[in-house]
Design a protein around this ligand. Structure first.
Ligand SMILES: [Zn+2]
Ligand SMILES: [Zn+2]
Length: 872
């Protein structure tokens, strides 16, 4: 037997050469990754990664996200699926305008060149996208359908205009959605405090779907639980009751109080006969109507209409209310409205508790916000944290009306109970006819009682607000609405869509929407009366673009509607969506809403867009998020130049499970590159033999060794197949390929010399390459070609694990040479002595130990060990 090493010429792994050659070959095959039409008889699989904003540079987070999706797409093709794996560009948005100001480049030119640059990067990485269905949201063939949807929603009352307090970022010069305000600051400008302004804005009525958006979360069982929880909290459903408190007529108040007490105003006054009321009422929302007998004041937001009325008649009060408003404004601007120091002022007025008939003093307080609930609360200091703090500060009466259940035997000893006592599971006291009810039962009965008597009702409220979509920006979809003096708001007729975004625009950061400064855009004709009309100059929030883009991917060139209904019927829902968890509430709630609206428009049948969602972890470096300011950014281009695209993407799958954060280590990329080089050299040695027709009567693998190698192969196939189906722990999949290679290399000479005539040896090599292909597609394509593969490797069938070959039917036999342990050989458990001896002699380590020596005898201790005695 020839010694190994040095005999064959050096085979060197050169990823740059291999990858560029294959990139060119793939570019000449436009159908390589094209989805088959909806008429395909194959089962479909729609795998989607979130589309990027075209900043001009891919970062490592993108590489990781796309490597996960790409491995899955390639695997599903090999499993025989018709795969849709598209990519596109979330191409509208503010950075293009900022770049325009900074570099004096028009947004369109800047965006277009960024897209080209990123597409080059994607091609260099070898991502398997169906570019025939590319979607670019800033092109009229896409955004015309944003406009079309907007008009459909307007017709159904789902798009409407109202004056509202808006979040205004003075740096962005535009309105921000609530979700874009983080701790009172702009999400893009961490140093900029968001201001409040009153503006006429367009809204989409997402609240119409609040209950369904909540209920259908239960159907999304293949979504991460954390995402579902975030959405549940964002929608924020709470059950409670509305109760009306009549306002007492202060001009004719009963005289059972002296002036001093009235001025102090913190005391609940007993019910009296014939209270006169003003006819106005204060509606409060409460989730704890069971504590209503404990209410000792009413608290109004400073902007409540009634406060304006009281203040109009009382200059001193007006001044005090203004101070409260100012405190509120400052707290909002500094981002801690939740922790505002509580201040309040007594109005001198009373409202009547409709349950007890008691007269409650009415206060104005700075911690009550007009935009939440009704802008009014009943204050129950004994059983609510905030009310307790406020009552303590202003010495307002506290009254205990619920007790822990364990006091059921109870003597009403509440003194020792520390206040505020807020437990849900409790019993009522001091509550008239509702005494001794459990609080759950009391809530139902009291809400029903209020409804029967016409002063309240059970209600459900949501934290979710309607979606403000107006932006005073240039680089977005023009809102397709006209304002006519005669006809009011008139939608642009469908046959005049798209309303094109003009290109000749001077972009500044001041003075509202740049579109308002272009007369050719602004001035239009009313389609109803033919008279002059003014065009809406706001553009749409870019979250509109990303709410439905994945439907367009199924038929990106369709022009009779937003998408071909036959195509979406076939491809939807998306089988697997992959992206960052930062999109859990914005993008993923808006796109669920959009899907439900499209369903109600009769465009689609599915209720939900995404069957399975996966949120990958971040790529970090030295424990911190990569950022320019920290100087720890690793550029994908650098990594690819140094180690190749295969090693870079494979490392991004190997270094951590995909749902965890990945700490980028360049050593690790180098390690993957060395592994690929080893695999390349090994396969290349066998390739010339495999390319030849098989010959009879040549070298065969020893049956014992063949069994060991095949078992490892089938175990590896089984493991990787399971990883793809389940938790996607690609790091362990890749580790399994490494182990397989290690074992094969141990038997390199035996395998290489057997490939000319042993089918099993050939299958070991071809399967090794097939298993590699979802993770390192360039190298796999090259080796597949070297092994004589005729069709593209992504269309070759994925290997099947044979359970019969996987089973652990082997034993390990230690082999000594002259009493010294030299090798451990794996053999079938039921091996006969002759086969055992052959297997031992075929082992490379044993051969090395006995080379050039004379074997005196072989002592076999069955089931224990083998000792070879040698001489010389
Ligand atoms: Zn901003
Ligand atoms: Zn008109």
């Amino acid at each position: 037997m020839a010694a190994t090493g040095g005999a064959s010429p050096e085979i060197r792994y050169n990823p740059a050469e291999i990858e560029q050659r294959w990139q060119q070959r793939w570019a000449e095959l436009p159908d390589l990754y094209a989805a088959e039409p909806a008429s395909s008889s194959k089962p479909k699989y729609y795998v989607l990664e979130m589309l990027p904003y075209p900043s001009g540079q891919l970062h490592m987070g993108h590489v990781r996200n796309y490597s996960i999706g790409d491995a899955l797409a390639r695997y599903m093709w090999m499993q025989g699926y018709n795969v849709l794996h598209p990519m596109g560009w979330d191409a509208f948005g503010l950075p293009a305008e900022n770049a325009a100001i900074k570099n004096n480049t028009p947004p369109r030119a800047w965006t277009t060149s960024n897209i080209a640059a990123m597409k080059r990067q994607m091609d260099r990485i070898g991502l398997s996208y169906d570019w025939a269905n590319e979607v670019t949201t800033c092109l009229p063939d896409y955004y015309r359908w944003n406009q079309w949807f907007f008009i459909r929603m307007f017709e159904r009352g789902l798009a409407y205009r109202k004056k509202s307090k808006v979040n205004w970022c003075p740096k962005c010069c535009t309105v921000l959605a609530n979700e874009q305000v983080v701790n009172g600051r702009c999400w893009r400008h961490e140093d900029t405090i968001v201001e409040q302004r009153d503006l006429e804005q367009w809204f989409l009525r997402i609240t119409n779907y609040a209950q369904e958006l909540l209920d259908d979360l239960d159907k999304l069982e293949h979504w991460p639980e954390k995402v579902r929880t975030m959405q549940r909290n964002w929608i924020g459903r709470s059950e409670g009751a509305e109760v009306d408190f009549a306002v007492e007529d202060a001009t004719d108040a009963p005289d059972d109080e002296d002036a001093a007490e009235r001025h102090k105003g913190t005391t609940v006054l007993p019910a009296v006969e014939d209270i006169k009321t003003t006819g106005s009422k204060i509606t409060v929302f409460t989730t704890r109507i069971d504590t209503i007998y404990g209410a000792t004041s009413i608290q109004l937001a400073p902007e409540h209409l009634l406060v304006k009325e009281f203040a109009a008649a009382n200059p001193q009060l007006a001044e005090q209310v203004n101070a409260l408003l100012e405190q509120q404004k400052q707290a909002r601007e500094s981002g801690d409205i939740g922790e505002i120091e509580k201040h309040g002022v007594y109005t001198g007025h009373h409202a009547i508790n409709p349950f007890s008939g008691e007269r409650l003093p009415i206060w104005v307080a700075n911690y009550i916000l007009a935009e939440y609930g009704t802008g009014a609360i009943m204050s129950v200091p004994a059983h609510d944290e905030r009310d307790y703090d406020f009552a303590k500060k202003y010495d307002i009466e506290m009254r205990i009306v619920i007790l822990p259940r364990r006091r059921e035997d109870g003597h009403g000893d509440t003194e020792s109970e520390s206040l505020p006592y807020t437990e849900e599971d409790s019993l009522l006291i001091n509550s008239g006819e509702f005494n001794s009810l459990g609080n759950q039962e009391a809530q139902q009965k009291m809400a029903a009682f209020a409804e029967e008597n016409g002063f309240g009702k059970p209600t459900i409220t949501f934290r979710l607000k309607d979606w403000g979509v107006s932006r005073q920006r240039y680089w977005g979809t023009p809102i397709p609405m006209l304002y006519c003096e005669k006809d009011g708001i008139v939608p642009v007729p469908d046959d005049q869509l798209p309303v094109l975004l003009p290109d000749n625009v001077e972009i500044t950061q001041e003075g509202g929407s740049p579109l308002g400064k272009i007369p050719e855009f602004l001035n239009a004709t009313c389609p109803k009366c033919g008279g002059p009309a003014r065009r809406e100059t706001d553009t749409m929030d870019t979250f509109v673009d990303s709410s439905w883009y994945f439907y367009r991917y199924t038929s990106a060139k369709y022009d009779k509607g937003p998408f071909d209904p036959e195509a979406t019927k076939y491809w939807f829902p998306i089988d697997q969506y992959i992206g960052g968890v930062e999109h859990a509430i914005l993008h993923l709630i808006y796109s669920r809403f959009w899907t439900k609206v499209m369903r109600d428009l009769g465009l689609i049948k599915n209720d939900e867009p995404v069957e399975r969602l996966f949120t990958q972890g971040m790529v970090i470096k030295n424990g911190a998020k990569m950022s320019k300011s920290k100087g720890n950014v690793v550029s994908p281009d650098d990594m690819i130049a140094r180690y190749g695209a295969d090693a870079t993407r494979m490392y991004s799958l190997f270094a951590a499970p995909p749902d965890r954060d990945l700490d980028w280590q360049e050593d690790g990329v180098a390690g993957i590159s060395r592994f690929l080089g080893r695999l390349y050299r090994f396969v290349m040695k066998a390739a010339p033999g495999i390319r030849q027709p098989i010959v009879a009567n040549g070298n065969q693998l020893h049956p014992a060794i063949a069994a060991v190698l095949e078992r490892k192969l089938h175990q590896t196939i089984h493991k990787i197949t399971q990883d793809f189906a389940g938790r996607w722990h690609f790091n362990t999949s890749i580790a399994a390929i490494m182990e397989l290679l290690n074992l094969l290399v141990e038997h390199e000479d035996a395998i290489v010399s057997a490939v000319e005539s042993d089918v099993r040896a050939r299958e070991l090599m071809t399967n090794l390459v097939l298993l590699l292909s979802p993770f390192a597609p360039y190298l796999a394509a090259e080796l597949w070609d070297q092994l004589g593969g005729t069709s593209a490797i992504n269309k070759a069938p994925w290997p099947k694990a044979d359970p019969g070959k996987m089973a652990e039917l082997t034993i390990e036999v230690p082999v000594q040479v002259n009493g010294k342990l030299r090798a451990v050989v794996q053999v079938p458990a039921d091996v006969d002595q002759e086969t055992l001896q052959e297997a031992i002699m075929a082992d490379a380590k044993v051969q090395a130990a006995v080379a050039d020596k004379q074997i005196v005898k072989v002592i076999i201790v069955p089931g224990k060990l083998v000792n070879i005695v040698v001489k010389g």
